[in-house]
Design a protein around this ligand. Structure first.
Ligand code: S3P
Length: 434
């Protein structure tokens, strides 16, 4: 992964205080580049979260013939190729660690009358792809993958797509978005139904681009546009999933007050705020505003007396990526906690149910793993230990938060994985703990 492969040592912080901004939202950054790449016209995108995942999307789009130029530190100018302007890549497309890149590209490539081959790192090559390839085949694309069409590397020859009428088997924004992208290329409308609401950034951006997209509860209808989508300038808000580490850190720390400015607070992403409030967290939102069709706020969290809680059902897709750090809060809160309906976490960058249970146990918490969730005894007094990140960025950062409130020193192996979504994470930790 990165050059810096040394483990990171985290010591308990006497206090945590300060204000900061986090990198641009990773989900919105992928979409801002990709949807503008398929648009007519030129778009300026600023505030991108340029971790390794978003760079993977950028690299693959360039390999498909899209012109993208730097524009300041975190900006890009995307010269839309138009809906039909991509060209056959002359090499394998490498999505790195990024499930979003691979699944979104499957949707786009299903619409292209040429052959593409997609691969990724060892983690991505273990993640399920049949959920995307099966419906794309039903639309008329040809698609192949290792292990009987379930794993990358994948090969796709697209074109000639029909609209789809499909009930998604999992609440997955990556799957939903891949199918919406493919449906831009179909000869008839597509209807999708989600089992529970997943994040809706793709829908918001497609609408802003002038695409006819209707939603009603969990149902979505997309009519393929006769004109390419419009290019739209985007100011990407801060990533709530990155802010989550500091919000939980402040809640569990006895002497803390942290403000994260300019964070995206799309309700499809902020299940963590609802759950932390139910646990008794001191959280405030200020300066709530709309930035380019996405809600944004400054979020402050302070030392809290947390109590245990049981969660499951519809809130899970709204806090999917926050479970590793929420688990730290549940481990130390007063009383028992429980997470249900979270089997999807087993097929993220790592098996996050297993990884969270094993590593928080190593730090002295009482956590047990179930097939679709976790049980926490609560009230843990964490003790520093050597823990593994499973090369999973969110595990590494959640364990760092645990280390800030553990006694003694916590050593995190594979800590460089933070470059996937939050390259400045360790610097920000040092600044807040100073
Ligand atoms: C993402 C959707 C989520 C999330 C991932 C990013 C997206 O996955 O875990 O980190 O940008 O659409 P699902 O496809 O499981 O919803």
């Amino acid at each position: 992964m990165a050059a810096d492969a040394a483990p990171r040592r985290v010591r308990p912080a006497a206090r945590l205080a300060g204000e900061l901004t986090v990198p641009g939202d990773k989900s919105i950054s992928h979409r801002a580049l990709l949807l503008n790449a398929l648009a007519a016209g030129t778009a300026r995108v600023c505030g991108l979260g340029l971790g390794a995942d978003v760079r993977s999307t950028e690299r693959c789009l360039k390999a498909l013939g899209v012109a993208i130029e730097p524009d300041g530190a975190e900006g890009r100018v995307v010269h839309g190729a138009g809906r039909d302007g991509l060209r056959e890549p002359d090499d394998v497309l490498d999505a790195g660690n990024s499930g979003t890149t691979m699944r979104f590209l499957c949707g786009v490539l299903a619409g292209q009358p040429f052959l593409s081959v997609l691969t990724g790192d060892a983690s991505l090559r273990r993640r399920p792809m049949a959920r995307v390839l099966d419906p794309l085949r039903a639309m008329g694309a040809q698609a192949w993958g290792r292990a009987d069409g379930t794993l990358a590397p994948l090969a796709i020859r697209g074109g000639g797509l029909r609209g789809l009428d499909y009930a998604l088997p999992v609440a997955s924004a990556q799957l939903k978005s891949a199918l919406l992208l493919a449906s831009l290329y179909a000869d008839s409308p597509t209807h999708l139904r989600e089992p529970a609401a997943s994040r809706d950034h793709t829908e918001r951006l497609l609408r802003a681009q002038g695409v006819a997209l209707q939603t009603d509860g969990l149902d979505l209808w997309l009519t393929p546009p006769s004109q390419p989508p419009r290019a739209v300038d985007i100011d990407v808000p801060g990533d709530f999933s990155s802010a989550a580490f500091w919000l939980v850190a402040a809640c569990v720390h006895p002497a803390a007050r942290v403000t994260v400015r300019g964070v995206g607070v799309n309700p499809g992403r902020t299940g963590l705020l609802d759950v932390l409030r139910d646990m008794g967290a001191r959280l405030t939102l200020a300066n709530e505003r709309d930035v380019g069709g996405e809600p944004v706020a400054d979020v402050t969290a302070a030392s809290s007396d947390l109590r245990g809680v049981a969660i499951g059902g519809d809130v899970i897709p709204r806090l999917l990526d926050e479970v590793p750090v929420l688990a730290v809060a549940m481990a130390v809160a007063r009383g028992a906690s429980r997470i249900d309906d979270a089997a999807e976490l087993r097929v993220k960058e790592s098996d996050r149910l297993h990884a969270v249970a094993a590593e928080l146990t190593a730090l002295g918490a009482t956590v047990t793993e179930r097939p679709d969730g976790l049980d926490f005894a609560g009230g843990a007094r964490l003790r520093g230990a050597s823990v593994a990140s499973y090369d999973d960025h969110r595990l590494a950062m959640a364990l760092a938060v645990a280390g800030l409130v553990a006694s003694g020193e916590t050593t995190i192996q594979g800590a460089e994985s933070v470059v996937i979504s939050y390259p400045a994470f360790w610097d920000h930790l040092a600044a807040l703990a100073a």
